[in-house]
Ligand binder design. Structure first.
Ligand SMILES: [Zn+2]
Length: 190
């Protein structure tokens, strides 16, 4: 299962969750996620959340996201945070897992996980962190998804721990999941 892609894969056998922005969920894709990416949060975010709230009721929407926090790129953190917290609440209300973009703000992510104590699964997508950070997240019940670039030691640790993890192609054009998946690492289904 390709848990996070921005493109329809060319491999017809690939199972995938297509990442969509609010108001753009295609009816002909079996599984989609919808969210406000932290890079693109702007002053209209509240209206976007309203659109998201109706999108998540579509039958093919299976997750909220990608959403999250990025201290390197995107608008001011307070704006990102407001939109992210709203999406955490939408995920809880509609009983959907959350697909998370997090760059260099994992302390804050862990704090939010403690604050909301979510019933829904949180999946950090495109995880490239070190084993120690992976351990911290896993011990809170947060799961990880690995794309093309990842820390091999972290991946081995997660794989050997037996805890479910995910694979993804993210926004890599023309890449199918099978191209980045070793024989023993096909990942879990959502
Ligand atoms: Zn993405």
């Amino acid at each position: 299962m390709n848990v996070h892609t921005h493109n329809r894969p060319s491999d017809p056998a690939e199972q995938y969750i297509l990442n969509c922005y609010p108001g753009t969920v295609p009816a002909d894709v079996e599984l989609c996620s919808v969210g406000l990416h932290p890079w693109y949060v702007d002053e209209s975010w509240l209206q976007q959340i309203d659109i998201l709230r109706s999108d998540v009721q579509l039958p093919n929407v299976v997750a909220v996201g990608e959403c999250g926090l990025d201290s390197v790129k995107g608008p001011a953190v307070h704006l990102q945070l407001a939109a992210f917290e709203a999406q955490i609440q939408v995920a809880e209300e509609f009983h959907l897992p959350l697909i998370i973009h997090c760059v260099r703000v994992f302390d804050q992510l862990l704090m939010l996980h403690k604050k909301y104590n979510p019933q829904q699964l949180w999946i950090v997508h495109g995880f490239r962190g070190k084993p120690r950070l992976a351990q911290q997240l896993i011990s809170r019940g947060i799961r990880l998804s690995f794309g093309i670039h990842y820390n091999p030691a972290t991946f081995e640790l997660v794989r050997q721990s037996g805890i479910p993890y995910y694979r993804e192609t993210d926004d890599e054009m023309g890449v199918n999941l099978r191209d980045i998946t070793s024989p023993t690492s096909s990942g879990a289904s959502l």
